[in-house]
Design a protein around this ligand. Structure first.
Ligand code: FE2
Ligand code: FE2
Length: 482
């Protein structure tokens, strides 16, 4: 049942793409599989390969009921190939092929472009697993430990998703790329992952929650844009990945929210009303809000770099080709060709930040980034509600898009978090006020002590309001010693 809702679990590789009838791709994937397992054991969660983890596994791609929860040893997780159901008679929704039937194979002239898009997406998936592999040792609870591992196995599955497309649709080139995806390593000097933010360390759990909030959300935006693709298998793959991605962002948003709640609660209990009274707040063993703001500044600016150059011919070509659309392309009301349209772009002009109307086709990275910033702002507003509710006078704010950038227009200037252009010396002098400093890192590292009793939480984070799969508070989400 190739396009069905149900997943075939009979073979080595669970799938809903009829792999049993596709000997060539089945063999390619089975050949790739041992290398993947080696990679997982080598670079996946360190010290927990034998633990029993209460994980959800997809048993269907029906949005209403695809998950089954059970205890699983991670190396035995059912990674598989899952595509959202096929939409009959789907048409290409944008670009120069708009209105033509969606492609079921890759048109020859677009092989190179699609290969690049899929490899870049695919590379981020194992990268984040590598970045997070040491975090299990300092988890603030079994609930959080389980969430970390859920994110990790799903990122592993996302790698499978891209590898399937590469092997099925790009033949030998695809098989070579699939091998390379297992060879690069996050942060490795000789063979790093492809994108900057995916070579940064995720040294502690505050970083982990910020990463899942900010950087997984970039993943969501890229997947949303690829879900619009005229190459139908890519669209269906990304649509199913998005259902998993939602949980990753939930982990990030609620993680930060729970830190905020705990901090505010401890401040109130101690009679501290000044959020900048850092010394007294840290004496309580919680994360002060100014430090949280600096962590935010770092992860937000690193993630903005993932959107690439504001003005980009690659983005225009991918759109024209019908390969990568805009966020919610199918909900936008315009001609979906953008040949005459313009889009306002913030640029660096004569060392100043200025808005310029740019041909909309060239500004697609910028537009996706604008949609991303708006999406982030929603979460930040909810965090601020929690601070406000606790009666603490403090607001978390997203820094200006020009702040601390390495890629694009603003890599050529220095700006403060409000977006004022400053010189290098001023930036350096304020670095420790705007970005996590040695003191912050030392303090946070000191907080990272594992809590592995069921139902218990580290003192710097509040318990969640509801359990995973509606489990009660004392539920043992991970059986570490089984
Ligand atoms: Fe992912
Ligand atoms: Fe993710």
């Amino acid at each position: 049942m190739p396009d069905g809702m149900n997943v075939d679990y009979d073979g080595l590789i669970p799938n809903n793409v009829g792999l049993a009838e596709d000997a060539r791709v089945k063999k390619a994937l089975e050949t790739w599989h041992p290398g993947y397992i080696d990679w997982w054991k080598d670079m996946g969660p360190e010290g927990f390969q034998e633990a029993l983890v209460y994980l959800r596994t997809a048993v269907s791609v029906d949005p209403k009921g695809w998950a089954r929860f059970d205890y699983v040893k991670m190396p035995e997780y059912k990674w598989g190939i899952l595509l959202a159901p096929k939409v009959e008679n789907r048409l290409i929704g944008f670009g120069q092929h708009k209105g033509e039937p969606a492609w079921q194979e890759i048109p020859g002239e677009y092989r190179g472009m699609l290969r690049r898009l899929m490899v870049i997406q695919g590379d981020t998936e194992p990268a984040s697993v590598e970045q997070q592999r040491h975090l299990g040792k300092t988890a603030p609870s079994l609930y959080d430990l389980r969430n970390l591992f859920q994110v990790n196995v799903e990122e592993g599955r996302h790698l499978w998703a891209m590898v399937y497309l590469l092997q099925k649709y790009l033949g030998k080139d695809g098989r070579e790329e699939a091998e390379e995806l297992l060879n690069r390593r996050s942060g490795n000097a000789d063979s790093p992952r492809m994108l900057g933010a995916f070579n940064e360390a995720t040294p502690d759990w505050v970083s982990f929650f910020m990463f899942t909030f900010f950087t997984d959300r970039d993943g969501k935006m890229q997947l949303e844009a690829l879900a619009q693709s005229g190459f139908d298998p890519l669209s269906r793959t990304c649509r199913f990945m998005l259902t998993e991605e939602a949980h990753h962002m939930f982990v990030g948003e609620t993680g930060v929210q729970r830190i905020i709640e705990r901090t505010c609660e401890a401040m109130k209990a101690a009679g501290i009303s000044d959020p900048t009274d850092v010394e007294r707040i840290r004496a309580l063993g919680v994360v002060d809000l100014p430090t949280l703001q600096r962590k935010m500044n770092l992860h937000f600016s690193l993630t903005l770099d993932l959107f690439g150059n504001e003005v980009s011919t690659n983005a225009a070509n991918a759109y024209n080709a019908g390969m990568k659309g805009r966020y919610r392309e199918d909900k936008i009301e315009d001609d979906h060709r953008l040949l005459d349209a313009t889009y306002p772009v913030l640029r660096c002009i004569d060392g100043q930040i200025a808005q310029e109307a740019v041909p909309a086709l060239s500004a697609l990275n910028m537009r996706l980034r604008d949609d991303y910033v708006q999406d982030c702002q929603g979460g930040v507003n909810r965090w601020n509600k929690a601070i406000e509710k606790a009666g603490i006078q403090f607001r978390l704010t997203l820094p200006h898009v020009a702040f601390n950038r390495r890629i694009g227009e603003f890599s050529r200037l220095h700006a403060d978090p409000e977006g004022r252009v400053i010189d290098a010396a001023t930036f350096a002098a304020n670095h420790d006020r705007w970005l996590p400093n040695a003191d912050d890192n030392l303090y946070i590292t000191g907080l990272m002590k594992p809590v592995d009793a069921a139902g218990a939480y580290a003192g710097w984070i509040a318990a969640p309001k509801v359990g995973i799969d509606n489990k009660p508070g004392h539920f043992e989400y991970v059986k570490i010693w089984n």
